[in-house]
Design a protein around this ligand. Sequence first.
Ligand code: ZN
Length: 61
Amino acid sequence: MAHFEFKCKDIGMDCGFETSGKTMEELMPKIAEHAKTAHNMAEIPQDVKDKVAKAIKKKMF
Ligand SMILES: [Zn+2]
């Protein structure tokens, strides 16, 4: 089973936010919500999305 992890500091943010999920589809809305509330990004710019996608780590159990 796979497990995806995202840490906000991995995209260069000075922020302790971490989240994880079983799928990318589960993870992305959590990241979008965090970006909106914590970083005032109503919409995530494409370059940030690319960074996020690269920063997400997939772990296998
Ligand atoms: Zn953050």
